[in-house]
Design a protein around this ligand. Sequence first.
Ligand SMILES: [Zn+2]
Ligand SMILES: [Zn+2]
Length: 142
Amino acid sequence: MIRLDIDLTNASVHGDAAFEATLRSLSDGLVARGDANVDAELACNRCLEVNTETLEVPFEQVYRYEPQDADDEMRIENGAWIDLEPAVHDEVTLSLPIVPVCKPDCLGLCPTCGANLNTDPCDGHEDDSDSPFAALKDLFES
Ligand SMILES: [Zn+2]
Ligand SMILES: [Zn+2]
């Protein structure tokens, strides 16, 4: 288990990620490959509803005794230990949707009253002052 705390604009992960990894040895290091399972909280970009979704995130990380590429490779600590957390953390961060939607046909919020149109459809707002009848109504009342 790895504890993750990730906050993006519309997505966040706070909790433990379960993961499985298999190690394959290289001549001077190893490759860790696996899958992490995390519960991500995704805020719909249209209706703002927050849903928890379980994501399965594949990751792969090269570890070497002497890393040749500091961006892509990590060091094997003390010749014996590898730290999987940064690899899992980075892959999970990359896998989070930038613009999540709760469902492809989400109707979003009414721009006038803010109702969630998926669950609470409003009948429109004919009475608004920008309606062509507003001026007449004002005349009759005065
Ligand atoms: Zn939505
Ligand atoms: Zn409305």
